[in-house]
Write a protein that binds this ligand. Sequence first.
Ligand code: AGP
Length: 613
Amino acid sequence: MCGIVGYIGKADAATVLINGLRRLEYRGYDSAGVAILDDDRVLVSKSPGKVAKLSDKAHADWDAALFHRASTGIAHTRWATHGPPTEVNAHPHLDQSGDIALVHNGIIENYRALRARLEGKGHHFYSETDTEVLAHLIGDCDKGDLFQAVCDALHQVNGTFGIAVLSAQEPDKIITARRGSPIVIGMGDGETIIASDASAIVAHTQRVIYLDDNDIAIVTADSVDIRDLNNIPVTREIAELGLDSAAAEKGGYEHFMLKEIHEQPDSLGNAIRGRLDFDIGSSVLAGMGTSPRELAELSRVVLIGCGTSLHAGLVGEYAFEDLADIHAEVQQAAEFRYRNPILGSRDLVVAISQSGETADTLAAVREANQKGAFVMSLCNVVGSTIARETGRGVYLHAGPEISVASTKAFTCQVAVLLMMALKLGRGRRFSREDGYKLAREIEAIPELVAKVILQNDKIAKIAADYSKNEHAFFIGRGPMYPVALEGALKLKEISYIHAEGYHAAELKHGPIALLEKGTPIIALAVDIPGKDKTLGNIEECRARGARILGIVTEGDHETAECMDDFISIPRCHPLVATIPAVVALQLFAYHVARLRGCEIDQPRNLAKSVTVE
Ligand code: AGP
């Protein structure tokens, strides 16, 4: 949820840390702070708002010599969980002595009890945060050994954490630890960088270590010593990132979201390349790590995720049932872990997560493993916790997705789910001919999407007519129903228009009461089974004065004429059509938000990776 960075080396830490925060800003951006070690003191600068404001504040707080002198520090960009985004509540937080500084990503659930106990011992707290309590607890445990103090404090904590801690008394090290929130350590030449994800490290080194839950590490400029919280040494694999920092730049686009929408022909090409086998009319997804026999013995597919990933799962549900003739269901991850799901060894559980760090999806994976299901993941971030914990699955290869509003990850998730369903289907009733045809349709997806992107200017014009509305409804049937949900989510999260997605038949059971003259209805009227019924629902809306924007199939003029406005997508397989259709809605949402002057890449109240419950 938040982004943390730590640096110890020879460069000026304040600059490295603030640049690192800029790379992590999509994780939380309501306030930020940095602490540096200068001789035997800890200096802190914090500010509400974006990292740019923190940079100005730190330059104002510290003269240039001081700013560039320190070579050790920690920093944080926040998504508030406890206490509003103010300077006082921003991280880093100090202990009672002021010598120990801490940054934290996660939630300390028992912080009230710990705070009361420490207040009983005379501690004074300035902020409303759970994190300041942990800083004081570490100080309270400190008997001259920072590492041991952090271990002792973490043994008393319930909840999740990714932390970095430094002390003026032990200036040659930073202590970092994780439980539930990600920590990556980058090992450079005479410098070490700690971060919530690799995007803050890629500019320094490609050699990284991913900490596992309950790992703690003593980090110096040229060493990383990892142990568990009982001080037992543990070994973690050194991985190569294989990322280039340019991928994390806007590349001349006004927003990361527009860049990532335009990248989709390439990202889909990467997600599909080498994964279709036309000889057998199937797909090759080695990462699934399953034999045809194991796949044939499966009796159910359970797709779990949150937000946009959940919507991709809903398209997958149609694909598995339609193509693979296997019972499929979608579960909202946050509910899955608490509803005691009925699962067994013949159930394939697919955890869908772009970041691979979403707390609810991670917990659902652990529950599914507990129940002995066949668990695999569909992640974009290589080395992410969900990918490592499932140990098998398929990477999207969509490249870094920086904009909070997920776009290219969604289309790649759907493309991979279609290939997974094709693979399962070929192990059952799906013929080689049908498989071959579908594989060709999947192979053509990048081209289909490129055709929609060519309509960017037309879609921008249409968006202008809808940008002043405060409400909107998206409707669809069959696999277009999840597309309607996703279209509404995109518009909601970046334009702040109250948009809802509904199955087209559901409106007349209540929501239609909200329609009045000019209410926008965005209808997925693509030429697939059920279109005629959708057209009927559109007429019901028009009868109540609604304005209809239709997503229609190219050349389907009769349907296009039923709309006030329309965007056309190329003719293709109904399941494949979900991808070009959603790209049209991504561009629509983008331009509506742009015309409303919204903060598109970092919408209010949101964060890219939701690492708390
Ligand atoms: C989508 O635009 C949102 N950022 C959000 O709904 C997101 O899809 C959700 O938080 C799941 O994230 P994940 O795919 O990284 O698990």
